[in-house]
Design a protein around this ligand. Structure first.
Ligand SMILES: *Cc1c(COP(=O)(O)O)cnc(C)c1O
Length: 364
């Protein structure tokens, strides 16, 4: 197994070696790593809901679900949450999955088949990419958010394929920018395509749904996937779409069928968290605006990329901030092309904390 060592050494030489950091506190604005208290600017717990724990949910439902949804792991509380999520996303129905990764991989790979075409934004999340890789459809990656090129591709090749899927993040996870959803909707209609949207970083951040920002309503050819593990503060994921889609996925989607159901207590806790979303979202929006004005970093979400030249520089700056009591991780290739610090703002940060962070970055 010497080759493992060799590949790890290669990573170390390139400044791309990764290590786990261990928290001794729960997720939150203040965390402790190696005995050091830090203000956390790295979490996707955008609304500070991850620490919520309702005794009622866990006493009623326990911790395990005991089986897959299709065996005996489907509980009333799952379906109650699914109805709520469909309402939020303005779709006919929704289906819970055990994680966003599994939802993306399962949905894309089962819908897009041989003879079909997938068009995928070059900055899509790894789970969307892996879903495309598992599919037997033809895949074309289009330049980031470039609708002109996308249209050119569609006009040239759409006719050669039976069905067509356009796949994109709504809010991009490493840059914080938003996909041109109005134009993508138009192309979906013009070229008879299905639009698959990953709303992981939009849900509960820019609104209940990123489509709301554009006054768009999903139709039967719009599929919205989201995670419960980010702004909603728990774990698991959902796929929103038509009733027909739900029925199909229950029958065909391997990452839905062959896995243990989401714990019912988690569904219960998610329903409780949803009640807190509107107020927290307003606070988050205020903080995002404040941080945007302060830093002049161009972002349309809670994700603020601070680009640097090299992986080493990203690591050095992250370490310096760590010494000063801030946790901001360095994000490097292969996660992104250009190294950066990825700063995330939550509803729980104070203006003082954001200013303090920025002063420390500027004095670098
Ligand atoms: C986090 C994330 C996922 C995966 O969701 P999990 O529930 O964490 O597995 C999928 N897509 C995007 C864009 C994400 O940021």
């Amino acid at each position: 197994m010497e080759w493992l060592k060799e590949e790890i050494k290669e990573l170390k030489d390139k400044g791309l070696y990764r290590e786990l950091r261990t928290l001794s506190t729960p997720q939150g604005k203040k965390i402790v790593i190696n005995g050091k208290e830090l203000i956390n600017f790295s979490s996707n717990d955008y609304l500070g809901l991850a620490q919520n724990c309702s005794k009622e949910c866990f006493e009623k439902w326990g911790t395990g679900s005991g089986a897959s949804r299709l065996v005996c792991g489907n509980f009333e509380i799952h379906e109650e949450l699914e109805e709520k999520l469909a309402e939020i996303k303005k779709t006919e129905s929704s289906l819970l999955f055990s994680s966003g990764y599994m939802a993306n991989v399962g949905v894309i790979s089962i819908l897009a088949k041989e003879g079909d075409l997938i068009l995928s934004d070059e900055l899509n999340h790894a789970s969307l990419i892996d879903g495309c890789r598992l599919s037997k459809a033809k895949k074309i990656v289009y330049p980031h958010c470039n609708v002109e090129t996308l249209e050119l591709i569609l006009s040239k090749v759409r006719k050669k394929y039976r069905r067509c899927f356009i796949v994109t993040d709504t809010v991009f996870s490493m840059d914080g920018d938003i996909a041109p959803l109005k134009e993508l909707f138009k192309l979906k209609n013009e070229y008879d395509a299905v639009l698959i949207l990953d709303d992981a970083h939009g849900t509960g951040v820019v609104g209940w749904s990123t489509l709301d920002l554009f006054d768009l309503e999903p139709d039967e050819k719009t599929i919205i996937i989201g995670t419960l593990g980010k702004a909603l503060g728990t774990f698991g994921a959902f796929v929103c779409g038509s009733k027909l889609l739900r029925e199909y996925l229950i029958n065909k989607c391997r990452t839905f069928i062959f896995t243990t159901a989401l714990p019912p207590a988690i569904a219960c806790q998610t329903l409780k968290n949803l009640k807190k979303v509107p107020e927290r979202m307003r606070k988050l929006q205020k903080n995002i605006q404040f941080f945007k004005n302060l830093t002049e970093i161009n972002s349309q979400s809670a994700i603020f990329p601070l680009l640097v030249k090299t992986p080493e520089e990203a690591v050095k700056l992250s370490q310096k901030l760590y010494q000063k009591g801030f946790f901001v991780p360095a994000i490097r290739p292969p996660t992104v092309k250009q190294s950066r610090l990825r700063i995330t703002i939550t509803s729980e940060h104070t203006e003082e904390e954001m200013e303090l962070l920025w002063n420390n970055i500027k004095s670098h």
